[in-house]
Write a protein of this length. Sequence first.
Length: 282
Amino acid sequence: MSRAQMIRHPGPRSATRRFVVPGHARRVAIPLPRGEVLAAAVAAAMDALGCDTAVLVLDGLAVGPYHYVMPATESPDGKRAAWYSRTYSGDSAILEHATATVGRRNGEWFVHCHAVWDRETGRTKPGHLLPDSVTVAEDATITGFVFDGGLFEIADDAETGFAVFRPRPMSLAGPAGQPVNAAIVSLAPFEDVGEAVAQIFGELGLEDAQLLGLGSLIGADFESGPSMESPISEVFLLPRARPGHLPMHCVDQDGAVFRGVVRPGTATVLVTFEMILVTADL
């Protein structure tokens, strides 16, 4: 039995498997004040920037207190293929790597964040941070890409039973003739991340794209190191990801951690995978 055959989602398969909205991205640096709640600080920055959506990098951010969940299988209705653990807490940590998608839920800013951090114990821990329950511990500046021409918006997905980010087109703001240099993307279950990225990259004609993104996989194999056999996981792309080269940090339902460049054809989406593709020279 393949890993994918171990997963059965409760709803009908959606007709669209790759949701892609091209638009214009620009690199930004965002100050985060000490003592602010992460979600609120990011929302204020988004309002000030006047953009549609964003994917941000929180590497090096000091946080605390903070709350997070882990991947799990016990969904409340017993039907969904995956779910979240109970909520865990920590007093202080420094995010080693972290990626956050910023979009809208019911019209309000919403932040979805996967991360790995150094805890006060000196050990690292991965998880799904809860940005409305994470405090910025020190003044910091985070970076990333803001995007115009499309919006990540939370939508109910009948196939998986989850509310997930889906890109929705918006009018492209800015000067006339502003070039398309990026796309926001989400992938449906059972799509291979590497194959989808390569094809979308080619169809859009972007030059040597770089990637930021996060999601969940049905296991994975890596160019070196052990495979992640569990079909339940949460993952995010590591720095220097590009088409044909997808380094990821992964954690499975047992808390086992995997990190490496995924082998082609072995990174199959569990629930969703959301990302931004941006021309590498931006």
